[in-house]
Design a protein around this ligand. Structure first.
Ligand code: TPP
Ligand code: MG
Length: 583
């Protein structure tokens, strides 16, 4: 039988090295599914329960493997469901290809069923979005979509009307569309700034006395170069969350994270530096950068558009962080003054003591930090941590420490809930044998919890740690500490996640006592299949910033006065936290 458009598309993807597609079927993509069915030995379908999870899984897969992530959804609602996961990929600069179906080519625009022009809908999220018009078109479009995604670290989208997927005849090839003219070669760009610019950057760094290095996700493959830079300049490495795995957390040159969920020493380092090197980061929270004028700044980024995005920059170096740093390092003089670094290290010692104290609290109700802290000790040196969005992110950011070849990700710039579980599907599919952890709140987890069945179906031994506080905790604290309002609309109807895990065919564990956390986690981690650990934690534990501002304290007090219903419990928890910090 002659190849169909769908066959040609899947063949071309295989040609490009794609071996996994995250998808959920529908009548708009039955042609494509048939092409997948007949090529199961070369390309794997991972069937999810919700298309949003397919897109998140593709994004997680791309983040952890650096390969193209591919997801597929049917026409209309299926494609629309992909959107949030695709925006996550767009925002965090991940190469993801989405393939969708459309209604019959000759009924488009007639209010026919599922007649959504997804190529138009996806125009904002995708750097490339095209509708395949026939057999002679498909190869050209696939090649451009793949190349655009890889080159721009972006989302691409291809939609194909359902009947066209089955077409085999090529009666309408235009004469100029010479068969096989489109090439499947991706020639990656390796830009390097001109030597004079690198020299200029080196001079700025040389004159600095207090150097801070903000090392983001663009440095994930530049650990040695970043460490060498820090060593040479006696600098302090600060890691925005997407760059958490750039250097291990116990490295003496780093003060860990930054932002509301970061450490106080990182914030103080940025407040006091006279020179800032932003490397591969678009860390969004502008208020945490040095005040404009305070520090001379050099920025390295693969995307020139990002230079000077958040902070005024004196010299911008466009290129990969590893390449640019390798060119820059020989020009930088070794500094002998270690005072700035030493101060940061001393602060880090007390910060770590504080975290140790917070993470080992014997109090009831169980503190969420205790769960993250205990988990940290039990993780493999190559574990992959997929963190969801909420106050859980704070606990993971502060208590889960990177070491060895561990990888860590969150929905960074989109900061979407529900990414954690699908990311872990992408990670576990890509790395069988590696420990994969999903660390989520009860709100984020319940959004896409149907994907537990996906873990079971594909025997993915992901361990899902759900911090159950029966509240959209992060928002509760925002309402109080940023707005000065009593909490509203944040309470969650409790779910028995352990019973749910078992209902899906996974193992379920529950823990609500600090003394039992280690044993329960140990047992769960040793379980050969997927499992949920439901940790019932204190809903009144605030994810306070490393350094609380007077404005936040004031708003917080105001919300309590205005009728916050757990005010006494909250006050008690906050006051206890503060007292512990002082003692
Ligand atoms: C898709 C989506 N909806 C809403 C939000 C706003 N939001 C951020 S964190 C959060 C609460 C998360 O609650 P939960 O998962 O229970 O974690 P917790 O904060 O309680 O630890 C909400 C609603 C978001 N970031 N993403
Ligand atoms: Mg919660």
């Amino acid at each position: 039988m002659a190849d169909t458009v769908a066959d040609m598309l899947i063949e071309r993807l295989i040609h490009w090295g794609v071996d996994t597609v995250f998808a959920l079927p529908g009548d708009g993509i039955n042609g494509l599914f048939e092409a997948l069915r007949t090529r199961q030995d070369r390309i794997r379908l991972v069937q999810v329960r919700h298309e949003e999870a397919a897109a998140f899984a593709a994004c997680g897969y791309a983040k952890f493997t650096r390969r193209l992530g591919v997801c597929m959804a049917t026409s209309g609602p299926g494609g629309l469901h992909l959107l949030n996961g695709l925006y996550d990929a767009k925002f965090d600069g991940q190469h993801v290809l989405a393939i969708t179906g459309h209604t019959f080519h000759d009924l488009i625009g007639t209010h026919y069923q599922q007649d959504v022009d997804l190529d138009k809908v996806f125009m904002d999220v995708a750097a490339y979005s095209e509708r395949v018009m026939g057999p002679a078109h498909v190869c050209n479009v696939v090649d451009q979509a793949v190349k655009t995604s890889l080159a721009r670290r972006a989302v691409s989208h291809i939609t194909i009307p359902k009947d066209i997927q089955d077409w085999t005849q090529d009666g309408h090839r235009s004469t100029t569309n010479i068969p096989q003219h489109s090439g499947d070669l991706f020639a990656e760009a390796f830009p390097l700034p001109p030597p004079a610019q690198i020299r200029q950057a080196a001079d700025i760094i040389d004159t600095g006395e207090r150097v801070a290095i903000l090392a983001g996700r663009g440095c994930l493959d530049a650990r040695n170069e970043v460490l060498e830079l820090a060593e040479k300049v006696g600098g302090v490495i600060i890691k925005p969350l997407l760059g958490k795995a750039v250097v291990p957390d116990d490295n003496p040159y780093t003060t860990g994270g930054i932002g509301l969920l970061g450490t106080a020493p990182s914030q103080e380092t940025l407040e006091e530096c006279d020179t800032l090197i932003i490397a591969g980061s678009s860390f969004p929270y502008i208020e945490f950068y040095p005040k404009p004028g305070q520090a001379r700044t050099v920025q390295i980024d693969i995307d020139p558009v990002r230079i000077g995005l958040r902070h005024p920059v004196e010299v911008g170096l466009t290129g990969r962080c590893s390449d640019v740093l390798r060119a820059l390092l020989p020009l930088i003089h070794q500094k002998t003054d270690r005072r700035f670094l030493k101060t940061a290290q001393e602060r880090m010692r007390s910060w770590n003591d504080l975290m140790e104290e917070r993470g080992t609290r014997p109090d009831m109700p169980l503190k969420p930090q205790v769960v993250a802290h205990e988990l940290n000790h039990l993780l493999d040196d190559d574990a992959i941590i997929c963190c969801d969005t909420g106050s859980v992110t704070t606990w993971a950011a502060r208590h889960i420490h990177m070491r060895g070849t561990m990888q860590f990700s969150v929905s960074g710039t989109l900061a979407s809930m529900a990414n954690g579980l699908p990311y872990s599907i992408g990670a576990a599919i890509a790395f069988p044998g590696r420990q994969v952890i999903c660390f989520a709140g009860d709100g984020g987890f319940s959004m896409l919890m149907g994907e537990m069945a996906t873990l079971v179906k594909y025997e993915l031994p992901v361990k899902v740690i759900v911090l159950k506080n029966n509240v959209l905790g992060m928002i509760k604290w925002e309402q109080m500490a940023f707005e000065g309002n009593p909490q509203f609309g944040v309470q969650l109807q409790p779910i028995d996640f352990t019973a749910y895990a078992r209902a899906c065919g996974a193992a379920g564990y529950t823990v609500d006592e600090p003394q039992k956390v280690e044993a329960v986690l140990r047992e769960a981690l040793a379980h050969p299949g997927p499992a949920i650990v439901e940790a019932v934690v204190d809903p009144n534990e605030p994810p306070l910033p490393g350094k609380i501002t007077t404005e936040q304290a004031w708003q917080f007090a105001k919300s309590l006065v205005r009728g916050q219903r757990d005010r006494w419990d909250i006050l008690k928890t906050v006051v206890e936290n503060k007292i512990r910090e002082v003692i």
